[in-house]
Design a protein around this ligand. Structure first.
Ligand SMILES: [Zn+2]
Length: 132
């Protein structure tokens, strides 16, 4: 009987920190079904709090050969796709431009994100215009 759902991939699994059968298992199994999910979650939250880089995230994905993010869904899927794209883009960008340019571009991206958050109506208008 599966009594838990992995917070990352949504897999159903069993874990009971108080049962003898599961005593030797890591305590993070209260939230994740396997090391892969735990590590990806950890590196992603590190990335979101600026402790980890996009490259660190991709390294973990490569470690577990994760290429399909649709199993995670929602925000995690979107975040991972954006991070992979960022790492791929950075390789080309770094060869062409100086570090200062990259930094100011990052800042611009942050400002754009902030604006989109605050101005949802403008954003949806934009989509309508593109679609038309
Ligand atoms: Zn999982």
């Amino acid at each position: 009987m599966a009594n838990r759902v992995c917070v990352l991939c949504g897999a159903k699994y069993d874990y009971c920190p108080n049962c003898d059968a599961d005593k030797g298992k890591p305590i993070w199994m209260t939230c994740w079904d396997k090391a892969e999910c735990h590590d990806i979650w950890a590196v992603l939250s590190g990335y979101n709090s600026h402790d980890k880089t996009a490259k660190d995230v991709v390294d973990v994905l490569n470690k577990y050969n994760v290429t399909d993010f649709t199993k995670y869904g929602g925000q995690i899927e979107a975040d991972l796709k954006a991070i992979v794209k960022e790492v791929k883009g950075t390789k080309t960008a770094k060869a062409k431009s100086s570090k200062n340019v990259a930094t100011s571009k990052e800042k611009t991206d942050e400002v754009v994100k902030e604006n989109i958050k605050d101005k949802k109506i403008v954003n949806s208008d934009l989509k309508t215009n593109i679609g038309a």
